[in-house]
Write a protein that binds this ligand. Structure first.
Ligand code: PGU
Length: 466
């Protein structure tokens, strides 16, 4: 009798027969353990045709990355993807920065470059330059060697490594995240072992910051709790505190010993200026207190798929920083051993600065690369700002009901339109416009040609459900 026939028997004798048939056809399936005992290898379904994973449930698509999956399946020529926060040119194409191409060419032509493993902590130059970029060249924390920086897998990896470190070494498990926030935050922190709570952030009525609610919630947080702060260009709302409000947040947090965990995924994208976009962070670091910083180069250098980022932990002393770094290595090593070399080498090449010694032509060339990057970054930020104005104008021209001034007031990559789930699904169904269901649109995905189409869709969605 064949194995398949035997498997078809559902009665008990049939099952026994099946077992016998298995033994006859594939030999004895029992193994001998290292101690010489027979181990009964209960045969899996997969071994005999069915999947051992047959009971695995179908998981839903990711709320953000799943939008691209749906977009890719749509054959319509008028489709527009405003879901994922990824920059597109005026022609609707992904952009590789010129300065990145230049850096890659240099790396390729450098015969001394090898593909050896990096240290667990990543590329040393990259780490130093990343800390300098976010904390400022004149940061006292850097000068006093109080910053432990490790290269991680982009912003997400930096958040995860930081969260794993906190779960192991920090006495408070609660992390307060803004409501709303980037959809992956609660998942990253929960899986790392932290306990996620929220603080009020956005006021749907004003489409601005709920500053009072924010202060009240942070004031109620237990002393020592971790607080996630978007360094700039808050995702998804595009609403940031003013510098004065940041200062009040800082004072409250320090007075309650709340631990700041900054997420900086958009440095340079909010204002077009790298230093201006780091001001909130620098305010906290300047007071001498401790904090964590997760940096991403996905957006500001367009290195999305290279997965390049950094986690910095600003410590109270150099001595603590050395110990913290040693523990970060223990988090990273069993997770992915050490980070990839290519993206970090590109970033380090661009960030290298000639201010140390302007006499070297080579170094001057590198400084030029940094300068060139700031220009390309500003051009991206400016294009997004002009998309805001154009969309606002297009809605005004159509007389779309409602106040749309938040489109020009909000900053960074996204506009939190205020459109509801039904309106969003109508726009996707009827106009092939893809966006997250919370009504967020990536302004970086728009261009002059697609704006009228989007404005028509918003106009129809609003009038339909008025
Ligand atoms: N933090 C925030 C606030 C983000 O918006 C993002 C990316 C990240 C971290 C993670 O970026 P990395 O690519 O790991 O450096 N958010 C984008 C990209 C798509 C996604 O969800 O990963 C977004 O569209 O919200």
């Amino acid at each position: 009798m064949g194995i398949e026939n035997a498997r078809d028997q559902s009665s008990s004798p049939g099952r026994r027969l099946a077992t016998l048939a298995r033994h006859l056809s594939v030999g004895d399936t029992s193994l001998i353990s290292s101690r010489g005992e027979a181990i009964d290898t209960a045969p899996t379904a997969g071994f005999h045709g069915g999947s051992v994973f047959a009971n695995v449930a179908q998981a839903p698509e990711d709320p953000i990355l799943g939008v691209t999956v749906a977009y890719n399946k749509d054959p319509s020529p008028m489709k527009v993807n405003l879901g994922v926060g990824a920059y597109r040119t005026e022609e609707g194409k992904p952009l590789v920065l010129n300065v990145v191409k230049k850096a890659e060419k240099m790396l390729l032509n450098n015969p001394s470059r090898v593909k050896e493993y990096l240290p667990i902590t990543g590329l040393a130059d990259f780490n130093k330059l990343s800390a300098k970029l976010i904390f400022g060249a004149d940061s006292r924390a850097i000068q006093e060697n109080r910053v432990a920086t490790v290269q991680c897998l982009s912003g997400t990896g930096s958040l995860r490594v930081g969260a794993e470190f906190l779960a192991r070494h920090y006495n408070e498990r609660a992390i307060f995240i803004p409501q709303p926030t980037w959809g992956n935050h609660p998942k990253v922190f929960t899986l790392a072992g932290l306990s996620v709570k929220t603080y009020r952030y956005y006021d749907p009525k004003t489409r601005g910051l709920n500053f009072q609610g924010l202060l009240e919630d942070l004031n109620m947080a237990p002393s020592g709790a971790i607080v996630l702060l978007h360094a700039c260009a808050h995702n998804p709302t595009g609403v940031d505190p003013t510098l004065d409000q940041w200062e009040q947040i800082r004072r409250l947090m320090r007075s309650k010993s709340l631990l700041p965990f900054f997420d900086s995924a958009y440095q340079g994208f909010a204002s077009g200026n790298l230093d201006a976009d780091a001001q909130s962070v620098r305010m906290f670091v300047a007071d001498g207190g401790e904090c964590l910083m997760a940096q991403s180069y996905a957006k500001n250098m367009g290195l999305y798929g290279e997965r390049v980022g950094a986690l910095s932990i600003v410590c109270e002393s150099a001595d603590v920083a050395v110990k913290v770094e040693s523990q970060l290595k223990l988090v990273i090593r069993p997770m992915y051993s050490n980070p990839p070399i290519h993206g970090a080498s590109i970033v380090a090449t661009i960030l290298k600065d000639s201010s140390v010694d302007k006499a070297y032509v080579f170094l001057c060339f590198l400084r030029e690369m940094y300068h060139e990057w700031t220009i390309e970054l500003k051009a991206m930020a400016n294009r997004i700002i002009s998309m805001r104005q154009q969309l606002f104008n297009a809605l005004s021209a159509r007389g779309t009901p409602g106040d749309w001034s938040h489109i020009i007031k909000q900053i960074g990559m996204f506009t939190f339109t205020g459109l509801n789930k039904e309106q969003v699904s109508f726009m996707t169904r009827e106009y092939h416009i893809y966006m997250t269901s919370d009504g967020r649109i990536s302004m970086a995905g728009l261009n002059t040609k697609t704006i009228p189409h989007l404005a028509d869709a918003i106009h129809a969605a609003v009038n339909r459900t008025k």
